[in-house]
Design a protein around this ligand. Structure first.
Ligand SMILES: [Mn+2]
Length: 397
């Protein structure tokens, strides 16, 4: 069994990075490792590189030590990539990783090709934070480290709601709670609370939504002009796609926003036996089965048309009888899965839901400590998923 200690031992110059547009799991996992190394390896020079993090995560211990520039001329004897499916996701920090003597990757993206020297990758894990927990000794997890890990788990599971949440996830959360963390505060202040502009842009995005493919697909697009008029940035749009996803009858939700260069960033979430990652990959993106993302070019109308066509093709594929599958409920793309049955949904076509990783799943829920259940009423149980590779922003500020 891999241990972080055995890899770190003897290293003097250690670098850490997560993915661009850091989300809760990215910030939580990188800071958990950073704080662990600063606590137990004080003699090492440890540097954590991330793009500016959402303000909601600034309460995490040592968040003020995160470096946002990449000019250091140091050579790392170990560089650790967290929550990145590939080196490209590391952005500017990729150069440090590529030049390092030794590399370690800890990740849960299904698309991860084990690009480091040491790899600890489990697509069935709820979050990269859950994997960080597994790599370190439970007794060495301080309250500060526990806060980081718990925050990431909360974000990638949608507060333990998405189907990526396993019994193991809950057990780990329980252990972290016993470390003295203020868990209701973490959930409320980092996940549910939204600023007024965020609430208003969410409303606009919902008003802009349209159903396609007989109601199986919902798409909403926000333009730069709209974002400017509400005073919001891309990082403030977190959670919108998850709200679209709970529309009754919808199998796949797509949220697009226009970038400054007029390309469109798409976030996908699926409820049924279709693979969001396959759709995203066809546009050069990536992610998880249940949550994925990509960047598209074209006019607003044209990107919607291309996306709907890709969704239609994926839905048609999902409808084909699988070859030789005896099992009923098996979605073709089921994930590799682990042992436990994640969500036991009775329905046939239900894929278990792997989660998306990245991007982001926050849902807009207002309440605080409550266990909220965002169930779309009715029919099926859905699993919400988190995101994809695009995790984008979480954002509240
Ligand atoms: Mn993640």
């Amino acid at each position: 069994m891999m241990r972080l200690d055995s890899i770190v031992e003897g290293k003097k110059q250690i670098g850490i990075a997560g993915h661009v547009r850091p989300d809760g799991d990215c910030v939580g996992s990188t800071l958990a490792v950073y704080n662990y190394l600063r606590t137990y390896y004080p003699q090492a020079d440890v540097r954590l590189y991330l793009e500016p993090i959402p303000n909601i995560f600034r309460f995490l211990h040592n968040a003020d030590e995160i470096r946002n520039t990449y000019m250091d001329s140091v050579h790392f004897d170990l560089f650790i990539a967290l929550d990145c499916g590939d080196t490209g996701r590391m952005g500017e920090a990729a150069k440090f990783f590529e030049e390092a003597d030794h590399t370690l990757c800890i990740d849960h993206h299904i698309s991860n090709q084990a690009f480091a020297e040491f790899n600890y990758i489990d697509p069935d894990a709820s979050s990269t934070c859950e994997l960080v927990f597994e790599l370190i000794d439970e007794d060495r997890i301080t309250k500060e480290i526990a806060e980081c890990i718990y925050t990431g788990m909360v974000h990638d599971t949608g507060v333990f709601q998405y189907s990526c949440t396993s019994a193991k996830t809950m057990n780990i959360a329980g252990i972290l709670m016993e470390k003295g963390i203020d868990y209701p505060k973490i959930v409320d202040e980092t996940f549910y609370t939204k600023t007024y502009p965020q609430i208003r842009i969410l409303g606009q995005a919902l008003l802009n939504s349209r159903l396609y493919l007989d109601g199986a697909c919902i798409v909403s697009v926000l333009t730069q002009e709209e974002m400017k008029s509400y005073g919001v940035l891309p990082k403030h749009l977190e959670g919108i796609v998850n709200q679209l996803r709970v529309t009754k009858g919808v199998q796949i939700a797509v949220f697009l926003y226009e970038n400054i260069d007029h390309t469109f960033k798409a976030s996908l979430r699926v409820n049924d036996a279709v693979n969001a990652a396959e759709i995203a990959v066809s546009f050069g993106g990536g992610g998880h089965i249940k949550a994925a993302g990509c960047t598209m070019e074209g006019t607003k109308e044209s990107v919607v048309e291309q996306m709907v066509a890709a969704v239609a093709a994926q839905l048609a594929k999902g409808a084909e009888p699988k070859t030789a599958e005896p099992e009923a409920a098996e979605p073709k793309t089921a994930e590799p899965k682990d042992t436990e049955p994640k969500t036991a949904k009775p329905e046939a076509a239900e894929p278990k839901t792997a989660e998306p990783k990245d991007t982001e799943p926050k849902t807009a829920e207002p309440e605080a400590a409550e266990p909220k259940v965002t169930e779309p009423k009715g029919t099926e149980s859905k699993t919400v998923e988190p995101e994809e590779g695009s995790k984008e922003e979480l954002g509240k500020e």
